[in-house]
Design a binder for this molecule. Sequence first.
Ligand code: 7GP
Length: 814
Amino acid sequence: MTEITAPKSPVTADQFADEIREQLKYAQNVTAEQATAADVYVAASKAVRNHLADAWFKTQADTVNGNTKAVGYLSAEFLMGKQLENALLNAGLTEQFDKAVEALGFQPKDIIDAEYEPGLGNGGLGRLAACFIDSLASLGVPAFGYGIQYKYGIFKQTFDENGKQVETPDYWLNNEEPWGHIDYNRDQKVSFGGEVVEENGKKVWKPAWSVRAVPVDYLVPGYASGRVNTLRLWTAKSYDEFDLLAFNRSEYMDAVKPQVKAENISKILYPEDSTKVGKELRLEQQYFFVSASLHDAIRVFYPGQDKPDLTTFPDKITFQLNDTHPVIGIPELMRILIDEYGYDWDTAWTVTQKTFNYTCHTLLPEALEVWPASLIGELLPRHLEIIKKINEQFEDELKGKGIDDKTIEDMRIYTGDAVRMAYLATYGGSHVNGVAELHSQLLKDVTLKNFSDAYPTKFTNVTNGVTPRRFVKLANPGLSDLITEGLGTDKWISDLELLKGLVPLAKDDEFVKKFAAVKAANKHAFVGFAKDHYGIDVDENTLFNTMVKRLHEYKRQSLKILLVISQYAALKNGTLNAEEILPRTVFFGAKAAPGYYLAKMTIELINNVSKVINNDPDVKGKLAVYMLPNYNIEMAQNLIPATELDEQISQAGKEASGTGNMKFALNGALTVGTLDGANVEIREKVGAENFFLFGMTVDEVEKLYADGYDPAKYYEADPRLKQAVDLVANGTFSNGDRNAYAPLVADWLTKDWFMALADFSSYADIQAQIEKLYRDPLEWNRKALLNVANSGYFSSDRSIEDYLERIWHTGPLA
Ligand code: 7GP
């Protein structure tokens, strides 16, 4: 007997069909006969949302009235993915929905597919935020996600005929979006610029301009918890939208200027910031959402109170700063407490420090934000004063600890010309965490060493996780059913460590074969997806080998493409005989930041390598390479379950954690990877014998830097590498044009900052092991199954439990 614990609403399919019809009629204003899939999608979404409303209201009331501290997750990104399927799962309406839309004459899949995925995030950090709010709700912890509803989000990626990345705006809000509810009555005013004057001995900020922050509320339903939290994303509106006098003077463009200036704040995620105005816009965005969110929390927790006792604020809500983007919240809360509510500095400081905690998501020094002090001074003059004073107090505190002047200078938050946001966050909050064991250790030993020496107890680790609802249950229904069958219960969906119960089944050949059949079916399904979405014909009788993540030099897509080129060359030269060849399909997916020259050139190279290889009859059926455009959550949900070999090949000591690595392991892919980020923990959990490890360790990398790294030596030493680089240099992938990739080649041979060349040989060597194992399907799948069975630790539910215990010190609502 299989135990089923998944939520199930008492509503029948017929009733749900009626609810959809009602929405069609009264909200969409179409008859059931006129309705298109897009109409039904909107109507069904609104119907599900209605089902969640009561639980949402109750959760809000309990959040305010209960005595459990809430969590505020402040994040510039929330990469949510499509909503409908997830909401149906959590509302217990999946089956009813399937039947109801069939009764209306539609295929459930077509309705689910009609949703347009919002792109309100860039990569791991944004997807992590989405997994975390899912887990908070599923654990019944009261929480608010706070961010920005960008009108266009991250750009949409296409490739031109030369294989170059082209960025276009993503018009995700061009059609009706049923999930976000805009609440004009809960708006906040956010001000900028102007000056600070003294009035009666008090500092008074006289801002020059203001924008209206209007919240758009998304429901965050928990799985089997009966709780529905809130994701509140702010959109910027103008107070003086329209200058009628200017318009009447026929100055039509001038008439809408104030509106444009205000609304620019929530137009796009990560505006290009190489110019001063670009930097200004980013800081405006950060302050905009953080200021609105802090005021919103005060509104929520002290309703109708003119003189609330804000010394209790940290008992009501704890704010997590998701990287440095929201760190301006620290001086903002100080300002609110002192200037708006009249508290003295010391009280304000105690409250502020208790309220905030900071998660760092990087090891790249250039990714720790530093703002020019002049910019903060112009845009937020009062905050600059507060930051200076925080810095003075900080330096005094360090002196008091007996720390020497040189070290204090290195640690300064305010340097005279710059404000270091990571340092402000570390000093201004209670806890600092990294996102995997290795990362947290490196933060303490290297990136924030002085801080860790001065405040050792502030530092902790919370290893990332991913939500099993979206990334196993929804993305991989075949595997989910098999897991439930194997365990005799579906409880694993909310208690992922139960997957351990599959370990003994890895010895059962029949079960392993079933597992292999699920993977084969997922591959088959992906072939259809790829045909529909990208118009490509993928050969399912090949090893599916995937590398999907943002494009960055440290992640080393270059290393992978150089390996592919060397494999291609080996096939062409006949160095490999026919029996030795393991047919592979390599999938890449990656967006490059619009201003990142080498990253964009790498995309162009991958596209052109793909063209040459895929059109070469000599290697047909043996090797194919695809650069899939616009990697997003939908692609992830389809490609990850179909993947057999996952690439996590960053230079050791550079990937903070990775979360894709967890999704792949949980979906039964084997990993080829370096000892970096969470790979280390994944390998520990799944067993070294079930993980393809290669490359230098952090210590070896450090030593090589110290000894002086010369990539050309590695190029000369390994003929496979030399040949691959030469093929790029000699124009094989650029119609004979030797200049096309010259900057990339020059970088590899003279700089290669992330040492792809140094790791090439061990990476190429390990391929033989991979291929040998793949030729034994039973053994391959046994290992893949053990990856699934031992990856329960990487649930975001476990991450949230760690945050609750180590950082937030709160728990579920009663
Ligand atoms: C990413 C890290 O690169 C990745 O290793 C980690 O898994 C993920 O955060 C979640 O913790 N960082 C970002 O996406 C990012 O934008 C800003 O970092 C510094």
